[in-house]
Write a protein that binds this ligand. Structure first.
Ligand code: GDP
Length: 430
């Protein structure tokens, strides 16, 4: 069984926890897009692990974790992550596999990322980690890949070629002194030496695994509305974070994917700029941000918070072909008097039941809400749906009705065991 996990909102939905739970049942876990701007948090035995590039499945000792060709890699960040895991007693040797086709982030990508953002009239809220410019080079066919990094001669040629052009641009356009070849070459050659032991033909590995009837979990980073095509462009990430990205970013055919699980928060958050129709007013925003610890796992940036937007999640279900949903952080809604669900937007007298792609409409539209009463009790200790307060059950059932999709998981706390798994998954999880 090959399963893709995708975020249905703007990322940070809590995918890390679902990935962690499902990793137990699979043989391979694959990251297929994005870079170290993503951060999954997994809490296990009271310890918090934050993953940026390595699939969080690495916490399960027998699993093979792959970084696919669709990912862009900051080698220093990756090596840091490997060392961090080693210091917690988690060894990645023979279990971490990196595609030679994945592209490498260089210092010039990071600097360019920040320079471009500083010159933009409308900031897109980049994390400044060089991910966008690295993807630009990939599409521009001048990128340097993991496979190049471990071949000193090819690497020398490609880096020389890149710096020749880039240094001119840095000097003439950005009035930046540019970059020294020798410094980067030496530093990155060293990274290549360290990483070479992990380099592996991922698509061959996964396709072989499929023939052998092994199970694969594809873990998406970010969320549907940060997708380069379907997200709220230009306030998006530079890769395909929708389910289709799993095939492009790993070399596995779409015909081999069996299940797509969408992860949604019980409310909504977004980090950075861009339209957010259901965003709370400032005071309530602050209250919910603190209640839900809504600060970026990678950057610490405060997240904007709002009500659950079913228009967006319905669109996500379509775009990704979601077969089941996981609703996360339901416990964060404990104690609220009322809870709202956005079921449409109103703009210039017109009602939108489907997501409008014009950013202006999305930015100015007024949400249409259904309102349900909240519950008082704390729900983190509950493990069965029917033991949830009636109003919490009603909220979940209402979501299921509006979304016309099956909810298979309800998460009620940050720990691995704070989860209610509904019928469909019961057998697999027990
Ligand atoms: P991801 O990128 O989609 O994996 O999301 P993040 O890791 O950035 O954010 C999820 C955060 O919420 C992490 O700190 C998780 O430990 C936490 N979390 C996940 N599920 C729940 C939940 O049901 N309740 C609470 N309170 N926290 C949760």
């Amino acid at each position: 069984m090959n399963t893709v996990i995708v975020g249905t909102q703007w990322g940070d939905e809590g995918k890390g926890k679902i990935i962690d739970i499902l990793s137990r049942k699979v043989d391979f876990i694959v990251r297929y897009q994005g870079g170290s701007n993503a951060g999954h948090t997994v809490v296990t035995n009271g310890r918090e692990y934050i993953f940026h590039l390595i699939p969080s499945g690495i916490l399960h000792k027998s699993k093979i974790c792959c970084i696919g060709n669709g990912v862009v890699i900051d080698p220093a960040a990756l090596i840091e992550e490997i060392k961090g895991l080693a210091s917690c007693g988690i060894r990645v040797d023979n279990r971490l596999k990196i595609s030679p086709l994945a592209h490498i982030i260089f210092p010039y990508h990071k600097v360019l990322d920040k320079l471009r953002e500083s010159k933009r009239a409308h900031k897109i809220g980049t994390t400044g980690r060089g991910i966008g410019p690295c993807y630009v080079d990939k599409i521009n066919r001048c990128g340097i890949r993991v496979g190049d990094l471990i071949n000193p001669r090819t690497f020398r040629e490609k880096l020389k070629d890149n710096l020749k052009e880039k240094n001119e641009i840095f000097k003439k356009v950005y009035h930046h002194p540019g970059f020294n070849f020798n410094l980067i070459y030496k530093e990155y050659l060293h990274y290549g030496e360290i990483l070479s032991r992990y380099v592996y033909n991922i698509s061959a590995l996964l396709n072989r695994a499929i023939v052998e009837k092994k199970d694969i979990l594809f873990e998406g980073a970010q969320g549907t509305f940060l997708d380069i095509d379907f997200g709220t462009y230009p306030f998006v990430t530079s890769s395909s974070s929708t389910a289709g990205g799993s095939c492009i970013g790993s070399g596995v055919s779409p015909i081999k994917i069996n299940k797509i699980i969408g992860v949604a928060k019980a409310y909504a958050t977004r980090v950075g700029e861009g339209p957010f129709p259901t965003e709370f007013a400032p005071a309530f925003n602050k209250f919910m941000r603190e209640k839900g610890s809504e600060f970026g796992a990678t950057t610490g940036r405060p997240r904007r918070c709002g009500w659950f937007d079913s228009v967006m999640v319905r669109e996500s279900i379509l775009l990704n072909g979601i077969t089941e949903l996981a609703i996360m952080k339901l416990d964060i809604l404990d104690g609220l008097k009322i809870i709202k669900i956005c079921t449409g937007y109103k703009y210039k007298g017109k009602v939108f039941k489907e997501l409008p792609y014009e950013l202006e409409i999305l930015a100015k539209a007024k949400p249409i809400y259904q309102q349900v009463p909240g519950w008082k009790d704390k729900i983190s200790g509950i493990r069965e749906f029917k033991r949830l307060p009636n109003r919490a059950q009603d909220y979940i059932l209402r979501l299921q009705d509006i979304l016309e999709a099956k909810i298979s998981f309800i998460s009620v706390g940050s720990s691995r065991d704070e989860i209610i798994s509904l019928q469909v998954f019961r057998k697999q999880l027990d």
